[in-house]
Write a protein that binds this ligand. Structure first.
Ligand code: HEM
Ligand SMILES: [Ca+2]
Length: 420
């Protein structure tokens, strides 16, 4: 009951165990090795933290046995739960046509941001419903007009046709596309995905999505108010690993698509390192700084004022620093907090665990490095109670990070200019 197939020059093992689509570099690898990778996947999801073990216990997810896996009607894919089979058609479509053959491209970055903007819009205090309910897509004319969601009108317009041609709710589509998007970024964790969200019936109110010019206090209280238990300052730091893969298009009009770290296509810890460095420049020579923007350490990179404030806040600096050059911690903690975000406003007991449909991201081995010409002496903020990790400086002269290109073919046409 196991078979191999080759796609885009890479061999995949389709196994009757949970590890379908396990990427193997040598199709002749022994099964035992492959199985140990499968066990790694399962056990990596059962670890400390509050929500993950709860979910696994409450949905009775044990380590899979061969009898648990089912062959989907497509005759190719195996999954633990049959209800997840429909996701493979969506996976293939978005990988091919939205993420340009499975890349960590601008559209993937945007898909991740959309998961957050939909999910965080829920308030305990104001007793709003909402959360990860798809309202940002279903009521896009209302929600994408909010200042904090600037630019997401374009993202929703790009994603809507994909959502509409498949059998899936808007709420699930947004979180599924985000999890798949992250899997395209080398160094990322394989995010868990649960299917079956109930879609929202009204737009989320304005004011629930944090903005780049908000203070650390404003951001922390917004997160603390999101959902039944809220998010701690530590969880906020961990969630910001997302800014390791992305750009800002609408913060500084003189610096469109400016990357948020020097490696916007890799889910690595450079973001946590670079935001602790003293800021000396704006992304382009034209930029003079905009609302929500502060100096960054590298030309071409845009630093959000909120990232700077959180990195330097005594409640968060040590957690922030602890992620520098700690790839496995960054992965594991981001995965946990993203799962919690992706379930806001939903009852996990009613959802189906389809995590085995999400592709396994490429691993990275690179260590964090100070950008060329910079070193420890350029650090502006460090944790008092633990030493800063020893890092090398990348070789060569100072660099400029180019803007992250968008796929213009997917974008709505710009409005016609009136004749001069
Ligand atoms: C502390 C609260 C946060 C604030 C104030 C914030 C703010 C921003 C801003 C202003 C941008 C630039 C948008 C643009 O101009 O195109 C951005 C980009 C982004 N944000 Fe956040 N964000 C926060 C937390 C998060 C979280 C928790 C996630 C995901 C879990 C996330 C994911 C992203 C991604 C992936 C991008 C890049 C989007 C792209 O490249 O198009 N953000 N964020
Ligand atoms: Ca990065």
């Amino acid at each position: 009951m196991s078979s191999r197939h080759k796609k885009d020059g890479v061999w995949y093992l389709v196994d009757r165990h949970r590890c379908n689509d396990l990427q193997v570099s040598h199709p002749t690898h022994r099964r035992g090795w492959l199985h140990s990778r499968c066990w790694w996947y399962v056990t990596s999801h059962i670890r400390g933290g509050i929500i993950t073990p709860l979910i696994y216990l409450s949905t009775s997810v044990a380590a899979p046995t061969s009898s648990e896996a089912v062959l989907c009607p497509d005759g190719v894919n195996f999954v633990t739960r049959e209800a997840c089979c429909k996701l493979f058609a969506i996976l293939d479509d978005i990988q091919e046509n939205l993420f340009d053959g499975g890349k960590c491209n601008a559209e993937a970055h945007e898909a991740l941001r959309l998961t957050f903007s939909d999910a965080i819009a829920i308030s305990k205090e104001a007793e709003t419903g909402g959360g990860a309910d798809g309202s940002i897509m279903l009521f896009s004319e209302v929600e994408t007009a909010y200042a904090a969601n600037v630019g997401l009108d374009e993202v929703v317009a790009i994603q809507k046709p994909f959502f509409e041609r498949h059998d899936i709710s808007a709420a699930d589509f947004i979180q599924f596309a985000g999890a798949v998007a992250v899997s395209n970024c080398p160094g990322a964790p394989r995010l868990p995905f649960f299917l079956g969200r109930v879609s929202g019936t009204e737009a989320a109110p304005d004011g629930l999505v944090p903005e780049a010019f908000h203070s650390a206090n404003q951001i922390l209280s917004r997160f603390a108010d999101a959902g039944p238990v809220g998010f701690s300052p530590t969880e906020v730091v961990r969630a910001l690993a997302a800014h390791s893969v992305g750009a800002a298009d609408d913060v500084d009009i003189h610096a469109p698509q400016a990357a948020l770290d020097t490696t916007p296509f890799t889910f690595d810890t450079q973001f946590f390192l670079e935001t602790l460095l003293e800021g000396t420049t704006f992304p382009t020579d034209d930029s003079i700084g905009a609302e929500g923007e502060v100096h960054s350490a590298v030309k071409g990179v845009l630093r959000l004022e909120s990232d700077q404030a959180l990195a330097r806040d005594p409640r968060m600096t040590c957690e922030w620093q602890s992620l520098v050059n700690n790839q496995s911690k960054m992965q594991a903690q981001f995965s946990d907090v993203w799962l919690k975000l992706s379930l806001l406003g939903q009852d996990v007991h009613l959802l189906t665990d389809c995590s085995d449909v999400i592709p396994i991201p490429q691993r990275i081995t690179a260590h964090a490095t100070f950008p060329p010409t910079l070193s420890k002496s350029d650090l502006q903020q460090t944790c008092i109670s633990s030493p800063f990790p020893t890092l090398e400086t990348a070789p060569g002269p100072a660099i400029t990070i180019p803007p992250v290109p968008k796929n213009l073919a997917l974008r709505p046409a710009p409005p016609e200019q009136p004749p001069a």
